[in-house]
Write a protein that binds this ligand. Sequence first.
Ligand code: 13P
Ligand code: SF4
Length: 304
Amino acid sequence: MEKQQLIDEIREWKEKKDAVILAHYYVDDDVQAIADYVGDSYFLAKAAMKEKKSMICFAGVKFMGESAKILNPEKTVVMPDGLADCAMAHMVDIEKIKQVRAEYEDLAVACYINSTAEIKSYSDVCVTSANALKIIKALPQKNIFFIPDENLGRYIASQVPEKNFIFNDGYCPVHKAMTAEEVKKAKKEHEDAEVLVHPECTMDVIAMGDYIGSTSGIIDYATKSDKKEFIICTELGVMYELKKRNPDKKFYGIGPKQVCIDMKKVTLENVLDAIKYDRNQVELEEELSRKAKHALDEMLRIAQ
Ligand code: 13P
Ligand code: SF4
């Protein structure tokens, strides 16, 4: 089917099914262009909460659809690709959470939203890269078990010295693959450029950042900045919004590995099929959903 025909059909089926499309900044440009909401994980969780439509099509990976369903159990949540998943979301096991809980008193298990519903259900609070600092600072507990992402955990720990952090060895393969050497090379090639880094990167890359923040944070920073050139250390899907908002500015990647293959599984074709045929519906067991919701509710309450 031609692109314009696909777009027209998506519009038509959105009406028929009373659906809304939420898309993360890492999905393909064409999908971002037709979405009703595009944003970072925190923005999308809030958008899913406020949405009145009866169907949510989540153009993203599995944990995002799960979070939308947990926050809206009465709505139909569909995923364009049922296999689009985040590797990091599985990188902590429940036994380890139980073990750390048994070992430490005065402990909060803080769980990056990039995690399975089961992991959320064993956690006290969720965070995203946009609100982690605020939430961790506000927690009354002294000890923080930060899961699953070690890199985000270490970055937040560096900003909150008053807390004691226990780390877990999870990581995002896309951000972990970005190296300080690549950043150095990019800086040599673009001497006037500022370096904007996502906190899922390793600490040596984070140390080279002029700005460290979530995908929305990176986009807002570049948009407000007087500078004209930026080196981008995150998944390159953000380039679409960066260029759209800043046609006069230049943005550079640092290498060939800045692509999340799971986010790129979302296409106009599978967005249409998901809405039209209720494909890849997110289903969660009630008890699991209720327990996982507590951590998401806590995030929304504290971050407000
Ligand atoms: P944010 O959009 O919250 O910065 O998250 C990045 C990410 O890796 C999502 O999978
Ligand atoms: Fe997961 Fe990394 Fe892909 Fe985000 S970019 S969905 S953290 S694998």
